[in-house]
Design a protein around this ligand. Structure first.
Ligand code: AMP
Ligand code: MN
Ligand code: MN
Ligand code: MN
Length: 297
């Protein structure tokens, strides 16, 4: 991470060429880590973090390629957790990579995905999708841990539903039969793994859990108490009014703010670096974190 790049500012500005939440084929993204890095390059994203679900498997490839293009790739992962029965995602920004308790933690997440996939398959077989596990595996196209999008694609391919959104709406989304989340560890445990890895725990997309303002406050309090240090102030496209409300919630708790597209695949409304403009606020950007000085300089 020694290439000369203009240093990042102390505030949230539009067009920083910075995206701290994206997926590759190491989880449910469509682009290989190398192709994702090329897509970042094409979009003027010069600093990014690869944050695949519950793994850092794609990071080394992205970092190698980023380096060769004069870009900076920060190791990361998006971890699945539970808080009061709700599935909550935590982005780990890992300036030193994965170490300490995070290493067995990620192994446990991979194992949890295996048993969870079996449970999802059992439930989808009940609603008539035979050999659901094999079908999801075929959709994944590799040996990586399975996620709900693989099952969604299997439902589409089998003609059970017309498209992915319908697959989630009817079978895999929150509260539906294929929404199995009991395998995930509690939020606070995951935050501890990240801290043990010298990482920064960032609450992912706080506006996407369909929480009331009050419940979101409680989540932010729990997260802060557990040792979480930041939350995504901007995640992809979001409502400006709710974004300002979120900014005030972060300011009140002295939580830092992050920004990311949550990009998964080309052709949709998102691309690397594409996200809503930041609200006017005094939230401290996460790239001001003492452990991200080199990344931001
Ligand atoms: P999992 O990590 O296995 O729980 O799968 C969650 C992933 O499914 C998310 O990260 C998204 O990529 C995708 N996803 C969640 N909800 C939807 C939806 N309604 N439509 C399409 N994809 C979704
Ligand atoms: Mn995903
Ligand atoms: Mn997520
Ligand atoms: Mn994500």
């Amino acid at each position: 991470m020694s290439q000369p790049l203009p240093p990042l500012p102390d505030t949230f500005d539009a067009d920083l060429g910075l995206d701290l939440h994206m997926h590759s084929t190491a989880s449910d993204g469509a682009l290989s880590p190398q192709a994702l890095t090329d897509a970042c390059h094409a979009k003027g994203v010069t600093r990014f973090s690869l944050t695949d679900h519950d793994t850092v498997a794609g990071v080394a490839e992205a970092q190698r390629h980023a380096e060769s293009l004069g870009m900076r790739c920060l190791a990361g992962s998006e971890l699945s957790t539970l808080w009061r029965g709700i599935g909550i995602h935590v982005v780990a920004l890992l300036p030193e990579g994965a170490s300490g308790a995070l290493v067995p933690g990620l192994e446990a997440q991979a194992q949890a995905r295996v048993s969870r996939a079996q449970e999802i398959a059992r439930r989808l077989e009940k609603i008539g999708l035979e050999d659901a596990l094999a079908r999801a595996r075929a959709q994944a196209g590799s040996e990586r841990p399975l996620g709900r999008p693989d099952f969604a694609k299997a439902l589409v391919a089998a003609g059970v539903v017309p498209d992915m959104p319908t697959a989630f709406k009817k079978y895999l989304g929150a509260g539906k039969p294929g929404d199995v989340k009991t395998h995930w560890p509690y939020l606070s445990e995951v935050v501890e793994w990240i801290r043990d890895s010298q990482g920064i725990a960032v609450l992912a997309h706080p506006l996407r859990y369909r929480l009331t303002h009050r419940k979101r406050s409680q989540l932010l309090d729990s997260f802060r108490e557990a040792g979480g240090e930041a939350a995504e102030l901007i995640s992809g496209h979001q409502n400006a009014d709710v974004g300002r409300d979120l900014a005030r919630q972060l300011e009140a708790r002295d939580l830092m703010g992050s920004q990311g597209s949550d990009f998964h695949y080309p052709g949709g409304p998102l691309a690397p670096g594409v996200m809503s403009a930041p609200p006017r606020c005094s939230v401290t950007p996460v790239w001001r974190h003492p452990r991200l000085v080199t990344f931001a300089a």
